[in-house]
Structure formats: C-alpha cells, structure tokens
Design a protein around this ligand. Sequence first.
Ligand SMILES: N[C@@H](CCC(=O)N[C@@H](CS)C(=O)NCC(=O)O)C(=O)O
Length: 305
Amino acid sequence: MWQMMMQNLAPKGENGAYIRPESQFRNWIKRQENHIYQPDEQRYHLYVGTGCPWAHRTLVVRAIKGLEATLPITIVKPAGDRGIWVFSEIERGCQTLPELYNLAKPGYQGRCTVPVLWDNQTQTIVNNESAEIIIMLNSEFNQFAKHPELDLYPEDLRAEIEQWNEKIYHTVNNGVYRCGFAQTQLAYETAVGELFTTLDEIDKFLKTNAYTYLCGDKITLADVRLFTTLLRFDVVYYGLFKCNLRRIQDYENLSLYLQNIYELPGVAETCDIEQIKQDYYGNLFPLNPGGIIPIGPELKLVSGK
Ligand SMILES: N[C@@H](CCC(=O)N[C@@H](CS)C(=O)NCC(=O)O)C(=O)O
C-alpha cells in the first residue's frame, strides 16, 4: 500500500529513485515588439503555496525587486486528503488549482504545481517553471520595479550562476526530494550522499573565498534558488525527508549565508516557518501518516513568523 501511495505522490525510475516531471507551460514574458506576452502592470498574476520551495523562489525575487504592486499573488492551500492545491475563495470560477490548469488547457493531464504565472489578458498560464519565472521577474519588469538596478542574473556571471544551478538543483533543491521520495534504500543513500557532498562543498567554498554569496558579494538567482531549500532544511527536510547527517545550523558558513539572505529587506516577510511545517508534515500522507506536526526544532538563526 505504501508503494502504491508513493507512486502517486512521486513517480520513480526502475531503481526506486524519484523522477521529477517536467513543467509543461514554458512561454516567456518579453519586452519585444509584437511579442504576445508583454510585461505590464497587473496584467499577470502569481499563484503560490507557502510551503513550496519552488514557488518561494518567485516570492523572494518579487520582494527584492520590489514588484509587489505590479504582480499580485494568490496563496493556495494544500488539500492533503486529495493531494491537490485549492483556493480559499473561488478564483476565476475555480475552486482548485487543477481547475485553473484545465481553464488554461482543457484536458490537461500533467501535474498541477505551483508556482503558476497567469496572464489575465489571454486567460492562460504563461509559465509554471520557477527557474524561468524568476529570470523574467528579474529582467522584464524593470520599468515597474522599485529596484530595477538590482540585477540577479548579470551577463558576466551567467556561466558561473548556471554552473551552481546545475549542481544545486540536482543535489540540493531536488536532492532533498530525492532523499524524501526515494523508494529503495540505495536510491535514498545515493541522494543523501550527493546532498551532503554539495552542502559540505558550499560551506567550505564560502569560507575559503570569504564570499557572502555564491558568486561573490552580490546576490544572484543561484542564491535565491539555494535559499528556499536551506530555509526548509532543519525544520522539514532533516526530519521528514531523512536528510539527517547534519543540520544547516551545524554549518558555520552556510548558516550565516542563510541568515544574511533572510535579513535582506522584504525576504523575511516571504518566509512562514509554521506554515511550511504544516504544509509538509500535514500533507505528505505516505511520509507522515498520522499528520502530527513536530514542535521543534528551536531555530537559532531564523526566527520565522
Ligand atoms: N519544476 C517546478 C516544480 C514545482 C513543484 O513541484 N511544486 C510542488 C509543490 S512544492 C507542487 O505544486 N506539487 C503538486 C503536484 O505535484 O501535484 C518548478 O520549479 O516550478
């Protein structure tokens, strides 16, 4: 029974390793003549879930670029018993996120994930891949942003940023899910090994280079992507996903790094530790059938809401 439930929650390959499905809406908002999706004030809408680290990336970039007035958001809630995201109030005639996906693409069969970048004008989903949404939010809305000067993806650092992204996506962002959703001992041990190899490496790297961020003294999209996973690490992944070789608190440099990003203006407001715990522990039934939410740990570094 556990295997049946896990298969529904987390598709796996032959060796029991978790395989994340590809996001399916991949259009781009561009400042370009005759392009269908032009940036504009309040033309687009962002759907996010508080627990979700991928959606959280978009909230962090929205906050540090100062795009709150330009891009309104709706927070969806997990309906644990059904394994889907639902709205607190009817939204565009829909009660659930799958209904919204169906509005965008009737008969849609894929996973109905957050974040969702919705276009009010054409009434469809522009993009549901966080890695791409944050690139658009960084560069395409500068005429409306409070901080247009802040470039999180500068040309001269792109190769370096992408190098970090590739490693961190596989071993850390998706790595924690590969630990938590593994369906064999070997798949789990492989994922844990890779996860902590990267964390050890980054901790050492920050120290050796006396860097505040992954690419030096300026925050980039690589940091945003790492941040949302690190924030959840000690409270959720360490326990629920069995990523328990070390905590982020045990890493001198990584914990300082996490704290520095948390303290950037606007970022703490996007972090709701209690809700994160609730969303994960309360809704991933096969991993925590009783739905009991642990009260700890006491966080030394991050005093979330
Ligand atoms: N690659 C996607 C992944 C998004 C994702 O997996 N979101 C999860 C929440 S953490 C979700 O909505 N899952 C619902 C489902 O798979 O049915 C992205 O980065 O945007």
